[in-house]
Design a protein around this ligand. Sequence first.
Ligand code: ASC
Length: 128
Amino acid sequence: NFKKTDDAIEYRQSAFSLLAYNFGDMGAMLKGKKPFDAEVFAMRADNVAALSKLPLEGFTPGSDKGDTEALPKVWTEKADFDAKMLQLQKDSAALAIAAKADDKKALKQAFMATAKNCKGCHDSYKKD
Ligand code: ASC
């Protein structure tokens, strides 16, 4: 358990920072902003699959109060928020598997499916 509300906020924000870094690098490779490296891509996909399990724990009751970009809706519609976080976990697990196969088209599809979760959840639950 977190000792303070701020610790919960910092925990989830740290997880999101690591997610954005790893996911962003995969995006850069797929967009041709840097060379595609299958090994690095697969490593990042594993990281994203693991990291996607972390943030939810930081959305503790009362941690809508603090230095956070999370909207109050996270807590008033927690079941939907939880379901969206679980969908991200599922899709990034599938992406990690796709990243180990030699099928670039399937890999791109799995990446886009995962990215949809990021954007979809931000649109509903994050301040802009
Ligand atoms: C990223 C990042 C996000 C998502 C989102 C996908 O790299 O930081 O929040 O991808 O832009 O649509």
